[in-house]
Design a protein around this ligand. Structure first.
Ligand code: HEM
Length: 576
C-alpha cells in the first residue's frame, strides 16, 4: 500500500524504492480546532479527510518538528499546522482537486477515496497508542500512483516518523500511551533495513546522521556505558519471551489492547532513564522474536520483518485490528519485564556513583596516608632532637653539680646533739635582738644596732654560730662574725673561735657554768691592713636570763683605750 499526501499539487507518496526523507502525518481528526487549521491550510474544497488521509512533512515548517531524545526521531509537534503549499492559481472545484493533480488515480474520490487491500490494515505494523492522525497501516489509498521525482518517500522513515509523532502527540493521555508510541517508534526505526537511507535523516558528510534541519543526530546522543548497554540488551529478551507467551492469544479484543496501553510504564525500554539504551540499541532481528543484540549495533541496523509490507512499516494505527499481534501489543505487554530491566539501570547508575565515591575516598585515603607518613617523619626527627636536648641537659646538670650525686642525702631527722656540747645547749637556737643592742666605746658615739644570732649543731661535738648585725634604721649589714664553739670533753672548758668581717680572727677560751659562759681572748690576729685602732683584748659573757633571753656583753681594749664595754644586747629566741 502506498501512502499519498493529500495536499494539492503534492506528489509525495510512500512507496518502494523511495528514498526521500519525507514522513506522513495524519490529519488531527480528534482535534477539531487544529483540524480546521489544517483544512484551511490545505484549501481543498468539498473534501473531508479521513483517518487514511495524510499530509507529508514537506508542508510543515522545520520548527513544526521536534526530536525525540532517545533516538532522535523526528516528531510532529502536537500544535503543528501545515503552512507550505504550492496551490494552483485557479482553485479546483469539488472533486477535481485530487484528480487534476493525480492522474491515474485508482479509486480516488473527494471523500474516502477507497481502500486498497493494503489500506485495509492487513499489513499494519502495530496499533496506534493514542492519536489517529499519524500514519497507519490502513492508509488512505493513493489517489495517484506515479513516480514523481520529489515524491520518493521512504516507507520505514514515514513509519518511524508517524510513530514518533504519535508518541509526542499524546500529551493528554497517560504517560504509558506516549511512551508506548515512542517505543513503537523505536522498534520501527530499529527494524529499518540495513543500508536503507530512506529515513528522515540524511547522511552527513562526516558520516553522522543529519536531518533536514541540519541537526546532527550525534548532538543528541547521551553517553552510555557497557553496563547500560548490556542492561538495554535485556529488553530484547523480555520482548522475545513476552511475545512468545502472548502470541497465541491474539488477536485480542480492542478492550484488551487499550488496557495494555494504559499499563505501559514510563520507564519501559529505557525511554526515560536511558533513552539511548533501550530498544533502539537492541532491536529485534525478526518478526517479534528479537534476540539480544550487541550494544554497538546502531539503531538502524538489522532489518526486520515486523511489518512485511513497506506501507505497513510506514504507518501504524489503532485501526489495525486485523493484525494478529501488533508490535505495540508485544511491547506494551512486556512492560512488566521492562520495568524490571529498567530498574537495573538505577543499580547501574548507583553503582557508577558508588564507584566514583570509592575512587574519591581512595584518593583521600592515599592523601591522608601521605600526610601521616610526613607527620611520622617529623615526629621521628623531633624525638631525635628531644633525645639530644635531654642528653645535653643532663650533661649541663652534671657539670653544674658534678659531685652532688656523691653527697649523702640529707636526713629528715635533726642531727642528734653531741653530748659533748650538751652544757652549751641552752645557747642553741635562733635569736633576735630584743630590744636593739647598744654600742658604746670611749672613742665612739653610742649607737644601736639589730642583730640576728644562729647557734646550732650538726651532731658534731661543736656548736656553729653566726652573729649578723644591722643598722636599726637602714637595716644595712654592719658587723658580722661566725665561728665555732668547742668544749673540751668531760670538762666545762670552752673554746670560742671567731672570724670577723673587720679582718680580725680571734680565739677566746673560758668556762661554761650553768647557763652562763665567760670567755676571754686567747689570741687575736688581723689582716695587714686592718683599720686602727687595733683591738688588743676582748672579753665576752653569755647568759640565759630568767626571762629565757640570751644576753651578750662584749668589752675590748684597743691600742688607745683600756678594757671598756663596747656592746650589750639581749636576744629573744625565735626558734626552738
Ligand atoms: C667582738 C667584736 C668587736 C670588736 C673586737 C670591735 C672592735 C672595734 C674597734 C677596735 C673599734 C674602733 C674604736 C676606735 O675607733 O677607737 C670599733 C668601732 C666600732 N664598732 Fe666595733 N667591735 C666589735 C663588735 C662590734 C659590733 C657587734 C658592732 C655593731 C654594730 C660594732 C660597731 C662599731 C662601731 C659603730 C664602731 C665605730 C665606727 C667604726 O670604727 O666603724 N662593733 N669596734
Amino acid at each position: 500500500m502506498v501512502i499519498c499526501c493529500a495536499a494539492a499539487n503534492c506528489s509525495n507518496r510512500q512507496g518502494k524504492g523511495e528514498k526521500r526523507a519525507v514522513s506522513f502525518h495524519r490529519f488531527p481528526l480528534k482535534d477539531s480546532k487544529r483540524l480546521m487549521q489544517w483544512l484551511k491550510a490545505v484549501q481543498r474544497d468539498n473534501w473531508t479527510p479521513t483517518k487514511y488521509s495524510f499530509l507529508c512533512s514537506e508542508h510543515f515548517t522545520k520548527d513544526s518538528f521536534s526530536r525525540r531524545l532517545e533516538d532522535q526521531h523526528r516528531l510532529l509537534k502536537p500544535t503543528a499546522v501545515p503552512s507550505i503549499f504550492h496551490l494552483p492559481e485557479k482553485k479546483r472545484g469539488a472533486g477535481g482537486h485530487g484528480r487534476t493533480r493525480r492522474r491515474g488515480t485508482r479509486k480516488a474520490s473527494g471523500g474516502l477515496r477507497g481502500r486498497s487491500s493494503e489500506a485495509d490494515g492487513k499489513g499494519t505494523a502495530g496499533s496506534s497508542a493514542s492519536s489517529s492522525e499519524n500514519l497507519t497501516a490502513k492508509a488512505e489509498s493513493c489517489k495517484v500512483k506515479r513516480a514523481a521525482p520529489k515524491g520518493e518517500t521512504a516507507p520505514r522513515a514515514a513509519h518511524k516518523a508517524a510513530l514518533q509523532e504519535r508518541a509526542q502527540q499524546s500529551p493528554q493521555g497517560p504517560p504509558g500511551d506516549a511512551l508506548a508510541a515512542a517505543t513503537s517508534g523505536s522498534r520501527a526505526a530499529a527494524s529499518a533495513p540495513a543500508g536503507d537511507t530512506s529515513t528522515e535523516s540524511g547522511s552527513a558528510p562526516d558520516g553522522g546522521l543529519v536531518d533536514k534541519s541540519g541537526i546532527s543526530k550525534d548532538d543528541f546522543s547521551p553517553p552510555g556505558s557497557g553496563a547500560c548497554r548490556f542492561i538495554g540488551s535485556l529488553h530484547s529478551y523480555s520482548f522475545s519471551s513476552r511475545h512468545t507467551r502472548e502470541r497465541p492469544s491474539v488477536p485480542r479484543e480492542p478492550v484488551d489492547r487499550k488496557r495494555l496501553k494504559r499499563d505501559v510504564e514510563p520507564g519501559c525500554s529505557g525511554t526515560s532513564l536511558r533513552p539511548d539504551k533501550g530498544l533502539a540499541q537492541s532491536p529485534p532481528t525478526s518478526s517479534l522474536t528479537a534476540t539480544p543484540q550487541k550494544p554497538s549495533q546502531s539503531p538502524s541496523a538489522p532489518p526486520t520483518d515486523v511489518t512485511p509490507k513497506p506501507a505497513a512499516e510506514a504507518v501504524q494505527s489503532e485501526h489495525s485490528d486485523a493484525s494478529p499481534m501488533s508490535i505495540n501489543e508485544v511491547i506494551l505487554s512486556a512492560s512488566g519485564a521492562c520495568r524490571l530491566i529498567d530498574s537495573l539501570h538505577s543499580y547501574c547508575s548507583s553503582s557508577r556513583q558508588s564507584r566514583s565515591q570509592v575512587c574519591c575516598l581512595r584518593g583521600q585515603v592515599e592523601k591522608k596516608k601521605g600526610e601521616l607518613r610526613s607527620l611520622r617523619q617529623r615526629v621521628s626527627r623531633s624525638d631525635g632532637q628531644v633525645r639530644k636536648l635531654q642528653e645535653k641537659l643532663d650533661e649541663l646538670q652534671r657539670g653544674s653539680a658534678p659531685h652532688a650525686s656523691s653527697l649523702p642525702a640529707p636526713s629528715r631527722e635533726p642531727p642528734k646533739m653531741s653530748p659533748v656540747v650538751e652544757p652549751l645547749s641552752w645557747m642553741l637556737g635562733t635569736w633576735l635582738s630584743d630590744p636593739p643592742g647598744a654600742g658604746t666605746f670611749p672613742t665612739l658615739q653610742p649607737f644601736q644596732y639589730l642583730e640576728e644570732v644562729h647557734i646550732s649543731h650538726v651532731g658534731q661535738p661543736v656548736l656553729n654560730f653566726s652573729f649578723n648585725a644591722f643598722h636599726p634604721d637602714t637595716r644595712k649589714p654592719m658587723h658580722r662574725e661566725c665561728g665555732f664553739i668547742r668544749l673540751e670533753p668531760d670538762t666545762n672548758k670552752v673554746a670560742f673561735v671567731s672570724a670577723q668581717n673587720t679582718g680580725i680572727v680571734e680565739v677566746e677560751e673560758g668556762e661554761v657554768n650553768g647557763q652562763e659562759l665567760r670567755i676571754a681572748s686567747h689570741s687575736i690576729a688581723r689582716i695587714s691592713f686592718a683599720k686602727e685602732p687595733h683591738v688588743e683584748q676582748i672579753t665576752r659573757k653569755f647568759r640565759l636570763n630568767s626571762e629565757g633571753k640570751l644576753e651578750q656583753t662584749v668589752s675590748m681594749a684597743t691600742t688607745t683605750q683600756p678594757m671598756t664595754q663596747h656592746l650589750h644586747i639581749t636576744y629573744k629566741k625565735v626558734t626552738p
